[in-house]
Design a protein around this ligand. Structure first.
Ligand code: GLP
Length: 250
């Protein structure tokens, strides 16, 4: 695993944006696996800025998102559908019919099957990940075993707490307790994986999964089994890892 440590969140966001911009410039019909959360917002801003300045085109790009809350309509300002529209899709020339996000409304089982069918027929070129404080990726929460396919998940209390703190105006009653997320198969099938994590609050999660064997209690530890993972951190998120054990660039 390659680890890049940037000075701060801005530099880390720019670094990851550059990787995605090059990917799209080199392969205009790339399939991008995308993530939500507060971490990638600035990285998406840099994609939009580059699109406006340099005309990097997303016309032929396909995007596959990791997850969505259950029971939030796309029009709900806290849904991941809304998030993607606001922070990325509205600022680039992507064809909306090429953007895919699990549907958390209506018939959940049918939606899960539809997403799995979609993933069976698509190869993700590059997958963006964030990480939860409990090492979740997408919404693959700590569990006794890894979930392979897209599935319904009961969110852990720490995840609900984080979501209430950062989003939903701190109102717990509004924070969904369930989500649909892709499983580890879709993530691990991506040709390349970029995990972006910044801030001291992520340092323990980074250290936990890097120092762990592959263990479903630390879901991000599955990334040890992938041969093309780049971890892009800032100094805060990297503050608990040893520089000696990894391919580490500062
Ligand atoms: C949510 C998302 C994850 C994301 C995580 C971290 O749980 N489902 O994909 O990595 O939040 O969020 P943040 O970037 O706000 O710390």
């Amino acid at each position: 695993m390659k680890i890049i440590v940037c000075d701060n969140h801005h530099e880390a966001s720019k670094y990851v944006a550059e990787i995605f911009i090059k990917q799209v410039q080199n392969k205009p019909n790339s399939v991008l696996g995308l993530a939500t959360g507060s971490t990638p917002i600035e990285m998406y801003y840099y994609l939009i800025k580059d699109h406006k300045l340099n005309n990097t085109s997303y016309r032929d790009v396909i995007t596959i998102n990791l997850d969505e809350y259950v029971k939030l309509e796309a029009s709900n300002s806290q849904s991941y559908h809304y998030f993607m529209e606001k922070h990325l899709f509205s600022g680039i020339d992507i064809n909306k019919s090429n953007t895919f996000i699990p549907d958390g409304t209506g018939d959940i089982n049918a939606n899960i099957k539809a997403y799995n069918d979609l993933l069976e027929n698509i190869n993700i070129d590059i997958q963006l990940l964030g990480i939860g404080r409990n090492c979740h990726i997408g919404f693959n929460e700590p569990d006794d075993e890894f979930q392979i396919g897209t599935h319904l998940v009961n969110l852990k209390q720490s995840t609900i707490d984080d979501n209430a703190r950062l989003f939903f105006d701190g109102d717990y009653s509004l924070v969904p307790k369930q989500a649909i997320t892709v499983g580890v198969k879709a993530i691990m099938s991506a040709k390349q994986i970029i995990l972006l994590a910044t801030g001291k609050q992520k340092a323990q999660a980074i250290s936990n999964f890097l120092n762990s064997q592959i263990n479903p209690q630390f879901p991000a530890s599955i990334l040890h089994a992938h041969n093309n993972v780049v971890l892009v951190l800032d100094k805060g998120a990297a503050s608990l890892i040893g520089k000696d054990s990894y391919d580490y660039t500062e």
